[in-house]
Design a protein around this ligand. Sequence first.
Ligand code: GLN
Length: 486
Amino acid sequence: MSIIGATTGELLSRLERGELTSVELTTAYLDRIAQQDDRVSAFLTVNTAEALQQAADVDRRRQAKQPVGLLAGIPVAIKDVLCTKGLKTTCASRMLANFIPPYDAHVITQLRNADAVLIGKTNMDEFAMGSTTETSAFKITRNPWDLDRTPGGSSGGSAAAVAAGMSPLALGTDTGGSIRQPAGFCSVVGMKPTYGRVSRFGMVAYGSSLDQIGPFANDVNGAALLAQVIAGHDGRDSTSVNAPVPAYSQTVNQPLAGLRVGIAKEHFVEGLNPEVEQTLRTALQVYKSLGAEIKEVSLPHTSYGVAVYYLIAPSEASSNLARYDGVHYGHRAEQFSNMIDMYATSRGEGFGSEVKRRIMLGTYALSAGYYDAYYLKALKVRRLIRQDYDKAFEQIDVLASPASPNPPSKVGEYSANPLAMYLEDIYTIGANLAGLPGISVPAGFTEAGLPVGLQLLAAPFEEEKLLRAARMYELATKWQGQRAAL
Ligand code: GLN
């Protein structure tokens, strides 16, 4: 059976049985990148030498019957927003084009401890701001299912890498949907854990109260395993929660009896593509046939979500990105007339237009006189949104919705209309505002062959339930294992 497209579980058992070495496996993925990435452009950096070294090291230890970690010898692609010691971390920005971190993000340490192979760094929207991976300063990533379309974003490179068979696993980050939406658009699995479940230490911050790191995989079990490896307490992130990490990879295959699947009546609104809606309805039928109960719930503040998110996320971003001034961090202009001009010119040259738009929006929302009207108001509505979910999860186990109201956009479709792009985040941002875990699983294709994702959300720290519910669906449908014909 071929290496490319195999699930993480299959690869691990072949490695364990000695049918395959990690060097062979890593070489197969590196070859695939060499063959396909000219067209897909998922990677910013391919970590060839170190990856092969890590693979050889795992092989040696495995052959010597020494203990190895949970992901021993398995390649993982890393979104370029996560700091990797000695390996360029650009956030797809000119601002950090030459930044080589002196330390690893917590999740990278966890990957190294699990003996994973760090295969490369993936493209993204600049500083994770966007939904298409088009705001990258370096390249536009293409959707492997249709190269004229975007893979979604901001973790589009990671999603496309897994969809194109260039890595079995990848890490992304999700501030407003950046794991779940590209997972849906690329027909792979992507999960955003509960806020606090995974340490953000070493993730370049976008909206600190919303950001979480999570897995991409070509099946739910792979996502469960990678989530288990990266989750857990870390004293270097004060919001990291000190609670034991369940063995997601072990419980994921246990089906849930008496599962209550919710749908929100506010989610069936104008602007929801009919084929996407039909996919959701079909998915609900699948759950019904598995014995689940389908329940309608209400999330009355849904329509405020986009506005609240696009006040809070840019406000936090304007503060987080203040450090890129050419002195503390980042690109410094070569020509300037005085100190203030040096800051302004450095920032002007280093940031792209979407990032500048967010910084200006956020600075405005936080400024004296507008703070109460915009930022503070948004925080209050955020609380109401959280309460809507709390109430809903008293009656249901998981909430089902599309990951995105429309199929993947054409490259360039939103370039003149950022607001239209922001509105597409309606189904994903709620989980970030409320801190909930969410997953997107492949749910089929439109007539034109474009992937559609099913999103499931759960109450805080219910990742186990979420993964089990997603796995039940995956096993009952035929979407897992379908690969883009590149
Ligand atoms: N599309 C959203 C935004 O542009 C979400 C991005 C993200 O989750 N990083 O902000």
